[in-house]
Design a protein around this ligand. Structure first.
Ligand SMILES: NC(=O)C1=CN([C@@H]2O[C@H](COP(=O)(O)OP(=O)(O)OC[C@H]3O[C@@H](n4cnc5c(N)ncnc54)[C@H](OP(=O)(O)O)[C@@H]3O)[C@@H](O)[C@H]2O)C=CC1
Ligand SMILES: CCCCCCCCCCCCCCCC(=O)OCC(=O)COP(=O)(O)O
Length: 310
């Protein structure tokens, strides 16, 4: 009886594995085809995650429009990309567009320039961002506004400027690089967490409204990544924080996160959380036991204040 059972189960198991393997292969091929020759716009391409995204999308055969505030840094990246060897797909010389996301007029002009690069935009990766360190009571509203302008109003304005051409073609994909802090708020990050919560909300609304035009929206929420984010963060008085925090230094490699971003885009995922166990559990705790989560955050604030005072 046992022999008969295992004789029947084995082919079934192998069949299932085969079907699964075939499904994964088809998914991989579809993803490759989706990214090859796609016109991909990446903001904040001069550093960290944006720079690594540029490398993986370039290697996948995308036609890149690299955006940033620093023309020289963008040119350097273009040279770096041209020197990349290990690519399986045919690569394309990237274009660059320089503008500041806190300048609404510049965004409108930049969108027109972006569209002229390759004639259309298939994928927009809203990656650029800054973080913040400070206590709410010590932070003037101007600082909150600066963070919101960079992380929220800038990407929203760029998205709105590029959407009409996507709608016309009934084709396009908008990506928002949010953060775990778009889902939970931790003390001394008010402006940053608020900007990322707003990002999550806006792009969730956009996804629903764009379905009729077949435009995809992906919100990506990473945990800590080893980039210059903490170094570049602004403080309560508006100055640069300039410290590589331990949490940032111990974060995931931006190379690995960029690969996950590429996969999420290629699979047209609607939402991805790219974080370890503790931050992921914290998201569930916030939703299921908010009282407990708030107590933990209050205790974290007390501890942080104490260590600052001593
Ligand atoms: N690092 C982390 O732990 C995490 C990061 N993220 C998110 O990832 C994204 C990328 O950040 P990351 O790579 O880590 O940080 P970096 O500081 O390394 O890169 C930020 C990028 O954004 C650009 N940028 C900043 N302000 C503006 C502006 N006003 N106009 C145009 N571009 C601007 C920077 O340009 P410039 O070189 O000119 O300063 C830079 O290219 C951000 O949205 C961040 O919130 C999310 C979760 C975790
Ligand atoms: C059921 C048990 C649940 C236990 C949960 C305990 C709660 C622990 C709190 C964990 C907080 C995690 C914060 C993660 C923050 C994060 O990953 O942020 C990513 C960023 O955007 C980093 O930006 P920053 O400027 O803050 O460096």
């Amino acid at each position: 009886m046992d022999v008969i059972t295992s004789a029947a189960i084995l082919p079934l198991l192998l069949g299932c594995l085969g079907v699964f393997g075939l499904f994964r292969l088809l998914q991989w091929m579809r993803m490759k085809a989706y990214l090859r020759n796609a016109v991909v716009v990446i903001t904040g391409a001069t550093s960290g995650l944006g720079k690594e995204c540029a490398k993986v999308f370039y290697a996948a055969g995308a036609k890149l429009v690299l955006c940033g505030r620093n023309t020289e840094a963008l040119e350097e990246l273009t040279q770096e990309l041209s020197a990349l060897r290990a690519t399986t797909a045919q690569t394309h010389k990237p274009r660059t567009v320089t503008f500041d996301l806190t300048d609404p007029g510049a965004i409108i002009a930049a969108a027109a320039e972006i569209l002229q690069c390759f004639g259309c935009v298939d994928i927009l990766v809203n990656n650029a961002g800054i973080s913040y360190r400070g206590a709410i009571m010590e932070t003037p509203v101007d600082v909150d506004k600066r963070v919101m302008e960079t992380n929220y109003f800038g990407p929203v304005a760029l998205t709105k400027a590029l959407l009409p051409s996507m709608i016309k073609r009934r084709q396009g994909h908008i990506i928002a690089i949010s953060s775990i802090q778009g889902k939970i708020s931790i003390p001394f990050r008010s402006a940053y967490a608020a900007s990322k919560h707003a990002t999550q909300a806006f792009f969730d609304c956009l996804r629903a409204e764009m379905e009729q035009y077949e435009i995809e929206v992906t919100v990506i929420s990473p945990g800590y990544i080893h980039t210059n984010l903490s170094l570049n963060a602004i403080t309560a008085d508006g100055s640069r924080y300039g410290v590589m925090d331990k949490t940032t230094a111990q974060g995931r490699s931006p190379v690995a996160v960029a690969r996950d971003v590429l996969a999420a885009v290629g699979k047209k995922k609607k939402e991805v959380v790219l974080a370890g166990l503790l931050p992921s559990l914290a998201v569930y705790l916030r939703a299921l036991a908010p009282g407990l989560f708030f107590s933990l955050m209050a205790s974290r604030a007390r501890k942080e204040r104490k260590s600052k005072d001593s």
